[in-house]
Design a protein around this ligand. Structure first.
Ligand code: AMP
Ligand code: MG
Length: 408
């Protein structure tokens, strides 16, 4: 098969298309609610009762009839959160002291804030000139949701907000999708593992760790396979093992060098390639495709070996696929806009994704490219918190220009 090197947008579209059609989930698990944090819902969450389940006061004050505001009112009693007013319905000229979260007594139609009242000799008066709308400071029963309504859809990742909804519906356990298993193979004769002695010219295998961390953050389980040396034999053995995972990631060995054998080995396994490069920098040599495997197909990414390239390619292409395999419906990478706080030289013929530091404040979001020594510079990369996008063919990006930033 010939080479297929795509512009960034097209390469991303290719991944998203495959992810949406073929990025299927691997089963369902039931877990304790808190263990569901970061997991993806496999069943809708349905409200078990109206929310609120009663007309709920949102302020401390007095439950009244809104039309009674100008009158001297008699305080007939008090109701606090967790109680229900058991006396008779509130009549004209009456008020009932009420606390935030308590149910509105029958007969009342609004709550006046305690700050807006004065109580003297058992007579309550609302501050002169204040009016009160029907329903003011009250959330009516069912206004947030009605019993039986879907409050969280399938495919939603469970963060604190979603866990709060599930808890409010009484769910001690949630149904989530199984986490996809991601085989990670680092390739390279120069690599040593962290606990091995090394020579000055050797390189520690940091990619397997970075990729495993990224996999976990995107909802997968990272399986770090042994380093594959740049030989056909070792690569074959590792790919044979790795293709039985739900997703296969390789790092290194996809460039044009004499020892870059990954593509060749993937072809031996009858890989179908969707692209064999992207017009991006760093990350140009990335390959994406799928391999026949016992369960049908396994998607793979051959990532460049340079650590920053591998991490950029992960954020751009691997994370969306992984989110789909994890069952999420929102999978595309999220770009935000920010203003360049310093000018950047352009002139590249490919789209660049440079490590950058995004800083936010009331005045707006600024972004600054982190100085680096190229795509092997993990230290510079760690000074950033995202990647600024610099489109191809622009000679200069002046300070103050609005640019896109990929969050990570
Ligand atoms: P390659 O894409 O195989 O040509 O690798 C490019 C460069 O990336 C290598 O020369 C190494 O410096 C670096 N590299 C490759 N694999 C890893 C790895 N697993 N961990 C850290 N650096 C790596
Ligand atoms: Mg290599």
């Amino acid at each position: 098969m010939s080479e297929r090197v795509l512009p960034f947008e097209q390469a991303l579209e290719e991944v998203l298309t495959q992810a949406r059609s073929g990025g299927s989930v691997r089963g369902v698990e039931v877990v304790e609610l808190l263990a569901g944090a970061g997991r993806v819902l496999a069943a809708v969450v349905v409200a078990d009762r109206d929310q609120p389940a009663f007309d709920r006061a949102t302020r401390d004050g007095y439950a009244v009839r809104s039309g009674d505001v100008g009158k001297a009112l008699r305080v007939a009693g008090s109701v606090r959160a967790g109680e229900s007013w058991s006396g008779k319905a509130l009549g004209e000229g009456e008020a009932i002291e009420i606390m935030t979260g308590a149910p509105l007594p029958v007969g009342a139609d609004a709550v006046v804030m305690v700050e807006h009242t004065a109580l003297a000799e058992e007579t309550l008066r609302v501050e002169a000139g204040r009016s009160l709308r029907v329903g003011e400071n009250v959330v009516p029963r069912g206004a947030e949701t009605l019993a039986g309504n879907v409050v969280l859809p399938v495919g939603r990742s469970l963060g604190a907000a979603e866990i709060s909804v599930a808890a409010s519906c009484g769910l001690a356990k949630v149904q989530v999708f199984a986490r996809p298993k991601v085989a990670i193979i680092a390739t390279g004769d120069e690599l040593v593992e962290l606990d091995e002695p090394m020579e000055a010219w050797q390189i520690r295998n940091s990619n397997s760790y970075a990729l495993a961390a990224l996999v976990e953050a995107a909802g997968g389980v990272g399986l770090r396979l042994a380093i594959a040396r740049d030989t056909l034999g070792e690569l074959r053995a590792q790919v044979a093992e790795g293709r039985e995972a739900d997703l296969l990631l390789l790092s290194g060995g996809v460039s044009m060098g004499k020892y870059d054998l990954v593509e060749q080995v993937l072809r031996e396994f009858r890989a179908e390639f969707f692209f064999t490069g992207a017009l991006i920098q760093p990350g140009k040599p990335i390959v994406f495709g799928r391999l026949p495997s016992e369960k049908g197909w396994t998607y793979f990414f051959g990532l460049p070996g340079n650590p920053v390239s591998a991490q950029v390619c992960f954020a751009l292409f691997v994370a969306p696929m992984l989110r789909a395999l994890a069952g999420r419906t929102e999978i595309a990478p999220v770009f935000v806009e920010a203003r360049l706080s310093e000018g950047v030289k352009g002139g590249a013929r490919v789209t660049r994704f440079l490590p950058a530091e995004l800083s936010g404040g009331w005045d707006g979001v600024g972004v600054r490219v982190v100085g680096w020594q190229g795509s092997g510079d993990v230290v510079a990369n760690a000074r950033g918190n995202g990647y600024v996008v610099l489109p191809a063919g622009v000679e200069h990006f002046p300070a103050g220009l609005t640019v896109r930033v990929l969050l990570r």
